[in-house]
Design a protein around this ligand. Structure first.
Ligand SMILES: [Zn+2]
Length: 310
């Protein structure tokens, strides 16, 4: 592919921590940057830090009424105010109105932790944005030590169906770092996230200054399906994640490999026909979503060269 993608320069960036109130790396960093934003300063654009879900942060819980990171559907953002709206729908609207509506934000970095063993996961909500794909590539090449596994995770949302915070910016990515328990701050993960955010800003600065990023091929993991725990007739979990599958995020799961073990001593095996790559294995926040792990497909995408317009 010879054509290059051109976008206008980035003028405004938003770093959002505490989209989930108990994912502490982003909460601590956003609070720090709200008090002292000097670290976020770059010559060619402005950056603001925001706490996504302040009430959930205060209570150190994921959310109050519903998941904020599923509340950014266009119909929520454009609907008129209603007292009966869930807190997170009101908050999504508020974030949109305060930070996007008057003057569009060009880039959002959304900070998350997972309890799963997912290393440094760079999570994108749309496949067709070469800017974010180049940024993901830049982070993987320049900002992570070689010992740490890093992955690009794609939720390929359809046009008009994006319900994530990433919906409200021209370009975006989420950092999903783990494993870290909910409500806990690990120094290694905190410094990794801090480094990655700074690298996102460095990338934007280079882009704004006219750096051309050449065409490349990117390996990504794309969401294929969600897998629930085995349940009994009452809907209670009957089998837990198998000890052989625990912590094996992004490693291939082949037909016949163990997936769950029951308290009665039975083992269950993956009965799909094709190899998959499980992620969010045993994620604490996904028990209520009835998700034991998310099955991914490995894909490769050729990303055209990138240069600022004009
Ligand atoms: Zn999260």
């Amino acid at each position: 592919m010879n054509s290059s993608s051109q976008y206008t320069s980035i003028n405004r960036a938003l770093i959002v921590g505490g989209t989930h109130g108990d994912e502490m790396s982003g909460v601590v960093l956003a609070k720090h940057w709200l008090k002292d934003p000097s670290e976020l300063h770059r010559k060619t654009f402005t950056t603001k830090a925001v706490i996504g879900n302040p009430l959930a942060v205060e209570r150190c819980t994921r959310y109050i009424d519903m998941d904020l990171n599923r509340s950014f559907a266009q119909e929520n953002l454009s609907a008129s105010e209603s007292e009966s709206d869930p807190y997170e729908v009101k908050r999504a609207r508020e974030i949109y109105q305060n930070h996007v509506k008057k003057e569009p934000v060009d880039f959002i970095c959304d900070l998350h932790n997972t309890t799963s063993n997912m290393g440094a996961t760079i999570l994108l909500c749309k496949a067709g944005d070469p800017f974010s794909l180049h940024m993901a590539n830049y982070l993987r090449k320049n900002c992570l030590d070689y010992a740490l596994p890093s992955y690009v995770y794609l939720i390929d949302t359809k046009e008009g169906e994006n319900i994530y915070l990433q919906n409200i910016a021209r370009h975006s990515l989420a950092l999903e770092l783990g494993p870290q328990p909910q409500g806990v701050i690990r120094a290694d993960i905190l410094s990794r996230m801090r480094n990655l955010v700074n690298c996102c800003l460095d990338f934007i600065d280079l882009f704004n200054q006219g750096t051309e990023f050449p065409c490349f091929e990117l390996e990504m993991y794309k969401v294929a399906s969600k897998v629930d725990y085995p349940r009994d007739a009452d809907g209670e979990i009957e089998g837990i994640i198998h000890k052989e599958l625990q912590d094996k995020d992004y490693l291939p799961l082949k037909p016949g490999d163990p997936t769950f073990q029951t308290l009665k001593g039975t083992e269950l095996f993956y009965d799909g026909k094709e190899e998959i790559y499980p992620t969010f294995i045993n994620e604490a926040a996904y028990y209520e979503k009835k998700v034991a792990f998310i099955a991914m497909q490995k894909i490769h995408q050729v990303v055209p060269a990138l240069k600022v317009q004009g």
